[in-house]
Each structure stands twice: as C-alpha cells, then as structure tokens.
Design a protein around this ligand. Structure first.
Ligand code: GTP
Ligand code: MG
Length: 196
C-alpha cells in the first residue's frame, strides 16, 4: 500500500507532534500542484494553473505539514522570497523535459541559492517529468544549472576561515510524479534534513 507506507515514513522521519512548513516553488507548469496533491492524496489530478498563493495543510497524526504552492508565473515569483524565512524546507521543482525553459528555471533557482537574505534552510531540487522521452538527465542538469558547488560543497571546496556563511543542505533528485517515481527518496532526504 503505497500511500500508507508513505504516511508512515513521513511520520517517522518528520517526527510526531511537529509542525513542518515546506514550500514548493518552481516555474509554471513544473508540476507543483500535481506534487502537492500526490503527497496529500496519492492521486494524480489535473489542475488549472495556480494563480495565487495557496497553502495546503496535510495533517497526519500529530504531524502537520504545511505546503505553500505559490504558482510559477512571473508575478508570483516575486512573492516567493517573502515566504522563505517562515519555512523549514524549500522544494524547487523543474520540468526536466521542457528544454526551452531550463534557462529560465536556472535563473530562478540561482536567485534562491545565492540570496543572502534567505536563511540556510534545506533545499530539495526535483528534476520532474523523467517519464518524458526528451527529459534531461541528472548529470546534464547539474552541469546546466551549475549545481556542482551547491551539491558537493564539502568534497570540492575547502572552506576558508573567512567563509563563515552557514551551509545550506541541498540535494537533487530526479522524479516522475506521473509514474510515482523518485520523490519518495527525495522527501525522505528532506524530512531528515529539516529534522536536524
Ligand atoms: N509527463 C508528466 N507530466 C507531469 C508530471 N508532473 C506533472 N505533470 C503535468 O504537468 C502539467 C503542469 O502541472 P501543474 O502541477 O499544474 O504545474 P504547476 O507547477 O502547479 O503550474 P502553475 O500552477 O501554473 O505554477 C500538468 O498537465 C501535469 O499533469 C510528470 O511527472 N510527468
Ligand atoms: Mg499550480
């Protein structure tokens, strides 16, 4: 039973009696609303484009997960930044099959990664729609988005004494919400990262 396992692992990893706030952001059409509904109900549903900020609450046992679905249209992107200080984790979702808009997506993600005003809360990057034939692979995505230094910071760069900036935990997982693949591990990682 997929959904039951899912709820169990959420409870175990996020912890009971906890309120975790997670924000799902990404360009329009990336799959934010689809993901949120899948987390909530285990079902795939078609949504009209999200026009305004929506906060969905999932309550399981004593655990409450609030997920903000902020819509990915240009006007909405300006308000993302206002929400970040209040959340425990950020999910940035990319349509890895929309090659024409990868650059636009990279710009938005970079804005988040490099904004000193955003607290170093864990950031989960999802490369969605891997079921589509023309989806970009993980390695290529890391390269195109310049993610190496964010994902593998500790291995590659020795931190200098001057570099006292807090380190943000950041991971990339490829997934297909449509096929229910990949995001289980991704959220397991996020649960651990937000629970530290
Ligand atoms: N092939 C495929 N399609 C997907 C997948 N995930 C979502 N989609 C489709 O992508 C389209 C956009 O999904 P939404 O969840 O509405 O996108 P959104 O990010 O909420 O978009 P806005 O609300 O406009 O910001 C829908 O037609 C989904 O069915 C996936 O894993 N594979
Ligand atoms: Mg939406």
């Amino acid at each position: 039973m997929f959904l039951w396992d899912w709820i169990q692992s959420f409870l175990q990893l996020f912890g009971f009696n906890r309120k975790a706030k997670i924000m799902i952001v990404g360009l329009d059409n990336a799959g934010k609303s689809t993901l949120l509904n899948m987390l909530k109900t285990g079902r795939l549903v078609q949504f009209p484009p999200t026009g305004q900020a929506r906060c969905e609450e999932m309550a399981v046992g004593g655990l409450t997960i609030q997920a903000y679905d902020l819509g990915g249209h240009v006007v909405m992107r300006r308000v993302w930044l206002d929400y970040f200080p209040a959340v425990d984790g950020i999910v940035f979702i990319i349509d890895s099959a929309d090659r024409e808009r990868l650059e636009e997506s990279r710009v938005e993600l970079t804005r988040i990664l490099e904004d000193p005003e955003i607290p170093p809360i864990p950031l989960l990057i999802l490369g969605n729609k891997t079921d589509k034939g023309d989806a970009i692979g993980k390695e290529e995505l890391i390269m195109k988005f310049g993610l190496h230094r964010h994902l593998f910071k500790e291995e590659i760069y020795q931190r200098t004494e001057k570099d006292t900036s807090p380190r943000r935990e950041c991971q990339l997982f490829m997934c297909s919400i449509l096929k229910k693949q990949g995001y289980g591990d991704a959220f397991r990682w996020l649960a651990k990262a937000t629970n530290k």
